[in-house]
Design a protein around this ligand. Structure first.
Ligand code: NAP
Ligand code: ZN
Length: 351
């Protein structure tokens, strides 16, 4: 069956409407009518071939929410009509030590929601800028927020889990001082989550204009990172830093803000390498520089349930499919508060 989608025909071309197919339903498959899909900076990196290995046409989108339209004969976890989500993972080997403990995100055979190999046409996965998707039920998440919040739930499927997982892994909670660097799609959710976990949150931004907004998101302090004296006030005081910045930058400036045994975890994946760190900043206080990639399926469900309980959703700007290219440009300028979400109902008329 043909469905409407929006994708990039090549790395140097804008995204455009296209018709795609989804596989026939298997016994464990769930067919979802996609209501909304968030726009992650990873979509831009991939669609513009900033990361190696993009297959074209590329239909991005891994912040998917919608309703179950049909289920395969062996599906037990969801029913037709349920509100569900799909994040960055649509398959994995299902039997390695990572899959066994629900860390499918670290399975060597993980299949991402777009641009990963699949037997389905066209030979690589196509993401959520589309009317529908067919996904094995293991990778389908339950949404317990009210339906009125559905569009704002979409970004939780990537921005939410990518920030929740490291905050949990490094045991963030009351009594800790946590920095969140970059107030974009990931960062703004990270601030809300760290605040809800009880930490004292310091937001670091390059944009003076985001100062007040960051407080409204839950930051206790806001630092404009271009201002050296503001940065110096936090020297050797933070337990943990979550760095979401999508561009190469000086990591040492942030490493210096960690106290002894503090950790900075990178989740931003710029196309070019960072110019640092200096070993001195690591050894002088036994600091750790770490990384983290999305999160496993059980933890993604845990995050969605945590967000439903704490009334956390993303701050979004809802757009039509026609506005996807313009939204990419605005995202590059930092002109988004704080996540674009596509109304997939507009795909049928997009030009
Ligand atoms: P985004 O909405 O564009 O936000 C990134 C933020 O970083 C910007 O809003 C800006 O915040 C800051 N920034 C951008 N350029 C900067 C620069 N040159 N110097 C300093 N700060 C800069 O992007 P996103 O969707 O949150 O994604 C962020 C990164 O995470 C991307 O690289 C994406 O691919 C990656 N990602 C990784 C994972 C994972 O599993 N690890 C998952 C999803 C996304 P301020 O205006 O506040 O400075
Ligand atoms: Zn993403």
């Amino acid at each position: 069956m043909m469905i409407k989608a929006y994708g990039a025909p090549a790395g140097d071309k804008p995204l455009e409407p296209m018709d795609i197919t989804r596989r026939a339903m298997g016994a464990q498959d769930v067919q979802i009518d996609i209501a909304y899909c968030g726009i992650c900076h990873s979509d831009l990196h991939q669609a513009r071939a900033e990361w190696a290995g993009t297959h074209f046409p590329c239909v991005p989108g891994h912040e998917i929410v919608g309703r179950v339209a049909s289920v395969g004969t062996q599906v037990t976890n969801v029913q037709v009509g349920d509100l569900v989500g799909v994040g960055c993972i649509v398959d994995s080997c299902q039997h390695c030590e990572e899959c066994d403990v629900g860390q499918e995100n670290y399975c060597d055979a993980m299949i991402g929601t777009y641009n990963f190999p699949t037997p389905d046409a066209p030979g690589w996965t196509l993401g959520g800028y589309a009317q529908q998707i067919v996904v094995n039920e293991r990778y389908v998440l339950r949404i317990r927020h009210p339906e009125s919040q559905l569009a704002a739930v979409a970004p939780l499927l990537c921005a939410g889990i990518t920030t929740y997982s490291p905050l949990r892994h490094w045991n963030i909670g009351p009594g800790q001082k946590v920095g969140v660097v970059g107030i974009g799609g990931l960062g703004h959710v990270g601030i809300k989550l760290a605040h809800a976990m009880g930490a004292h949150v310091v937001a670091f931004t390059t944009s003076d204009s985001k100062r007040e907004a960051a407080k409204a998101l839950g930051a206790d302090d806001v630092v404009v990172s271009r201002n050296a004296s503001e940065m110096a006030e936090h020297t050797a005081s933070l337990d943990f830093i979550l760095n979401t910045v999508a561009a190469p930058h000086d990591l040492d400036a942030f490493m210096a803000l960690l106290k002894r045994d503090g950790t900075m975890t990178l989740v931003g994946v710029p196309a070019e390498a960072h110019p640092s760190p200096q070993v001195f900043h690591l050894v002088s206080k036994r600091r750790t520089l770490a990384g983290s990639m999305i999160g496993g399926i059980p933890e993604t469900q845990e995050m969605l349930d945590f967000c439903a309980k704490h009334d956390i959703v993303a701050d979004i700007e809802l757009i039509s499919a026609d506005q996807i290219n313009a939204s990419y440009e605005r995202m590059l300028r930092g002109d988004v508060k704080y996540r674009f979400v596509i109304d997939n109902g507009t795909l049928s008329t997009a030009s």
